[in-house]
Design a protein around this ligand. Structure first.
Ligand SMILES: Cc1cc2nc3c(=O)[nH]c(=O)nc-3n(C[C@H](O)[C@H](O)[C@H](O)COP(=O)(O)OP(=O)(O)OC[C@H]3O[C@@H](n4cnc5c(N)ncnc54)[C@H](O)[C@@H]3O)c2cc1C
Length: 368
């Protein structure tokens, strides 16, 4: 075999996985069709779970240095304001971060490029899997100056929502929940801060949720999650509709007086929730390729990186002959499902309607 592991896709799941495997002494080929720096559709808010993985691969300080740490969660919920410090079990990680993917994914790509055991090919689009005796044993890819082919003991799809590996391998769905919401976002300059710039700000009004998160490059991300029923009318004039919505938020609208929109409005309306069987003979899936959640809860990066860390440890045991393939992968499967269960259930349940969640949050605080 040419490599221990071939990883397809080099954003939060793939770069983290390849770096961790390289750190553990394995020989890895990482293939990515994009060239970094490269953006992707995402509102890029993450918590201590992702931070822990960034710490493990040695990029926490760099990631933390590019955007303000958000140490307070500020929620406007149907007329009530609740402002609370970020609580986590990791004392040194009591903050959230919001780093644009063009910045975050490039930090990760630069990190994996420095890992001696990892060969990183950008601009390499995997087109086909190679199989032998029912087992995946390699990949074929296209790049600008031709085609490539390599074999590996394991091939991992970290290739996202449109995963080529998942399309080819057709793993069973363990859970599948239809699209309930759409999301639009843009970046602003010079929004007046609430009190400090370290607030992760949410405005819950009915079944809509608006996010205001200071991010890197002195920008503020402004995003809006809406029921999918609003998509057809919203998509016709997203900027006008977004502005009208922001103008209706009593504690945000006055602070936009001197603010300027610094980017086009982007959106997505096709993200369901699913969990796929994450492994089979010679292959595994990680990140959005194996589990996706409606972006309203902003948990994709935490889960993609944490699952990548779990998969790296399982593969390390398999590659070092400490566990058979089935035992190592079944551990990865169980661990990933147990770790994600609560968030997956909460995200998919409230994607259908955020209002019961808001009401319960107000009740818990004795506010309704
Ligand atoms: C609108 C929106 C808002 C979101 N907001 C948040 C948020 O606030 N917080 C959060 O945590 N999550 C958010 N998410 C989810 C988050 O973006 C994903 O969970 C995360 O990007 C998953 O990472 P990944 O590495 O698995 O996949 P991806 O980021 O999709 O990366 C997959 C990579 O694989 C590459 N690739 C694909 N096919 C091939 C191929 N055949 N050959 C080679 N390379 C290939 C792609 O080019 C890509 O670079 C949001 C998602 C959307 C759509």
């Amino acid at each position: 075999m040419d490599y221990d592991v071939i990883v397809v896709g080099a954003r939060v799941a793939g770069s983290a996985l390849a770096t961790l495997l390289g750190q553990q002494g394995h020989h890895v080929l990482l293939l990515e069709k994009a060239h970094f720096p490269s953006d992707t559709l995402s509102t890029h808010f993450f918590r201590n779970h992702a931070l822990r993985v960034f710490e493990r691969i040695g990029v926490l300080d760099e990631v933390k240095s590019v955007a303000p740490p958000l140490t307070t969660v500020w929620n406007y919920m149907d007329g009530e304001v609740v402002s609370e410090p970020v609580e986590t079990s990791d004392e040194h990680l009591r903050y959230f971060l919001c780093v644009r993917r063009i910045t975050l994914d490039w930090i990760l790509a630069k990190r994996v490029s420095r890992e001696p055991g990892v060969e990183f090919r950008q601009g390499a689009q995997v087109k086909e899997l190679i199989r032998q005796d029912g087992r995946v044993t390699g990949v074929r890819w296209n790049e600008s100056d031709g085609t490539g082919e390599a074999s590996g003991r394991v091939v991992v799809g970290a290739d996202g929502f449109y995963s080529t590996l998942a399309k080819t391998l057709e793993p069973a769905y363990e859970s599948q929940i239809p699209v309930h919401r759409c999301m639009y976002y843009t970046y602003y300059q010079s929004i007046e801060p609430l009190e400090e710039t370290s607030f992760a700000e949410h405005h819950f009004i009915g079944d809509s949720l608006t996010y205001v998160f200071p991010t890197d490059a002195n920008l503020t991300l402004v995003a809006l999650s809406l029921p999918i029923s609003e998509f057809q009318s919203f998509r016709k004039e997203p900027l006008k509709r977004l502005r009208a919505h922001l103008d209706s938020l009593p504690l945000l609208a006055p602070r936009l007086r001197h603010a300027e929109i610094a980017a086009e409005v982007k959106g997505s309306a096709n993200i369901p929730c699913y969990q796929r069987l994450p492994y089979g003979p010679g292959w595994a899936l990680v990140g959005d390729a194996q589990q996706i959640m409606d972006p309203w809860s902003g948990m994709g990066i935490d889960h993609a990186t944490t699952h990548a860390s779990m998969l790296a440890d399982a593969l390390h045991r398999f590659l070092g002959d400490a566990a058979a393939w089935e035992a190592a992968m079944s551990d990865y499967h169980t661990q990933a499902r147990q770790w994600s269960e609560k968030t997956y259930r909460r995200t998919s349940t409230y994607a259908a309607d955020l209002r019961p969640m808001t009401l319960a949050a107000l009740h818990r605080r004795g506010l309704k």
